[in-house]
Design a binder for this molecule. Structure first.
Ligand code: GUN
Length: 288
């Protein structure tokens, strides 16, 4: 079997258009959705992600602003900035790009973002809302994966979904979202014994480990849907995912490439969450 390749760029373009319609509806009522992105230090990958996020906001016609802070910024100064942005009427969404420098406590920072502006969905309130099936801001990467699966009509209810990686950003929320749609979910970690035994049972396999090409053809059930969330830069400069694309594409039925798979969807769902935040702030429902 040779897998059909999921076109993340195409799907994200289509989904972005849907959210542009919703943003335009707000703009006609005089409301311009606004996103503030805070980036600390000069991690090249973070810089690239933030540039792409801002570009997507421009494309959809949202207001966006970047607060580029030095690596040695104090926690107090960062929290002060967040508090200011929490109060600004022109800003509906606030995102602090992770990872943060070691001297700053992630949970304190994420908990300071007003829950109604938490477009990443990382505030504990929003984590709880997701857990109980009432998510307002689903975390962007798993939100994008769900949208992608829907676009390709991948059945979820009753399917066995296996997630490799248990991060707060991807693995855990991905598990909750798939569970919410009645998948049977297994989450594997770096300590899982006999990983292949689990992954080879997956109808839907989502991999988010940050370990280049660790999932090989032998890990994959013939006909499985394989979603690769990893983006790893090799010494040669080449970008690869966590899945050995060349080997696995001959086993899977559907597979995401890297780049051009999940990445563009993550960014599009950030636009979606910013528009949702503006709709909620302004009191306009999508069809008002
Ligand atoms: N770093 C890697 N992915 C993400 C994300 O989705 N949101 C934030 N804030 N930082 C990230």
């Amino acid at each position: 079997m040779t897998a059909k390749i999921i076109d993340g760029k195409k799907v994200s373009g289509i989904v972005r258009e849907e959210w542009k319609v919703r943003a335009d509806r707000l703009k006609k009522k005089g409301i311009l959705p606004g996103l503030a992105v805070i980036i600390i230090g000069d991690n090249p990958a973070s810089k690239l992600y933030v540039n792409n996020k801002i570009k997507a906001c421009h494309e959809v016609g949202l207001h966006s602003e970047v607060h580029d802070l030095p690596n040695d910024i104090s926690a107090e100064a960062l929290l002060d900035l967040i508090e200011k942005l929490n109060e600004l009427k022109t800003i509906n969404g606030i995102l602090v790009q992770l990872p943060l420098p070691d001297h700053i406590d992630d949970s304190k920072v994420l908990g300071t973002i007003k829950k109604d502006k938490d477009v990443d969905g990382f505030h504990l309130y929003n984590v709880g809302a997701l857990m109980t099936g009432n998510a307002v801001f689903p975390p962007c990467t798993p939100f994008g994966v769900m949208r992608m699966l829907a676009y390709y009509n991948v059945p979820i209810a009753g399917q066995h979904a296996v997630i490799v990686g248990r991060s707060n950003i991807v693995g855990k929320p991905m598990a909750i979202m798939l569970l919410q749609e009645d998948a049977t979910v297994t989450v594997c970690t770096s300590k899982t014994k006999d990983l292949e035994k689990h992954t080879a049972n997956a109808d839907i396999l989502v991999v988010a480990t940050g370990r280049p090409a660790m999932i090989k053809a032998a890990h994959v059930k013939p006909g499985a849907v394989v979603i690769d969330v990893g983006i790893n830069k090799l010494e040669s400069g080449k970008l690869v995912g966590d899945v050995d694309f060349e080997g696995v594409k001959d086993v899977a039925s559907l597979i995401t490439p890297v780049p051009g798979g999940v990445g563009p969807m993550t960014i599009t769902m950030l636009v979606a969450n910013t528009v949702i935040a503006a709709e909620r702030d302004s009191g306009y429902a999508p069809d008002d």
